[in-house]
Design a protein around this ligand. Structure first.
Ligand SMILES: Cc1cc2nc3c(=O)[nH]c(=O)nc-3n(C[C@H](O)[C@H](O)[C@H](O)COP(=O)(O)O)c2cc1C
Length: 179
């Protein structure tokens, strides 16, 4: 059976949750989840690659950035999907263009925003502080717009579903390569 890698980097767990959800949606497929902070996978073992990272202070997490750069150089012709988790959905397009290597952008079957959180609860102290101010700025800007029920970000399950569906199509085109 063709094999898919889901490699991710996550600071506080949201990107990991998204990667795990994607893996569940690919139930029945040969899926390997890999935390890039703990291990570096071999491209040669996989037919389809998916990589994800959260965005912090306008950057990818270092292990994900290194992985995407290696993937651009050494990933060969394997189909690639990329996802980002970010608290500011309106900045996704800018992150996509600036943070993802051009070689990957040009051949990815999908680059998606899986959503993100600005909820400070349960996070380490400095992250909590950052998130508290980020969240307040979203709430205040929505109140300025005359909307009194601020819409805070969260996971975007439909984008995860879309990645799963595209990945299934790619896997279907690569039967038994690793057998
Ligand atoms: C210190 C810090 C910096 C962040 N910087 C950004 C940012 O520059 N842009 C953005 O859209 N979201 C930013 N976020 C929000 C994260 O992308 C969001 O919380 C995401 O869900 C984190 O995923 P993770 O738990 O897998 O790291 C930041 C969050 C923290 C705690």
């Amino acid at each position: 059976m063709a094999k898919i890698l889901i490699a991710y980097a996550s600071a506080n767990g949201m990107t990991r949750e998204c990667a795990e959800r994607l893996a569940r949606e690919l139930d029945g497929k040969d899926v390997v989840l890999c935390d890039l902070a703990k291990e570096t996978p071999e491209f040669a073992d996989f037919d389809v690659l998916v990589a994800g990272s959260s965005v912090r202070r306008g950057k990818l997490l270092p292990p994900a950035r290194a992985f995407l750069e290696t993937m651009a150089r050494e990933g060969g012709e394997r189909p690639v999907g990329v996802f980002l988790c970010c608290g500011f959905a309106d900045r996704f397009e800018e992150y996509r263009e600036r943070l993802i290597p051009k070689a990957i952008r040009e051949r990815a079957f999908l680059i998606a925003n899986f959503g993100g959180t600005l909820n400070p609860s349960g996070k380490p102290f400095w992250d909590k502080l950052w998130l508290f101010f980020a969240r307040s700025s979203v709430v205040e800007s929505e109140i300025d717009d005359g909307e009194y029920t601020p819409v805070l970000p969260g996971m975007i399950p439909e984008n995860i579903g879309q990645m799963a569906s595209f990945a299934r199509t790619e896997l279907a085109g690569k039967p038994n390569k690793n057998v």
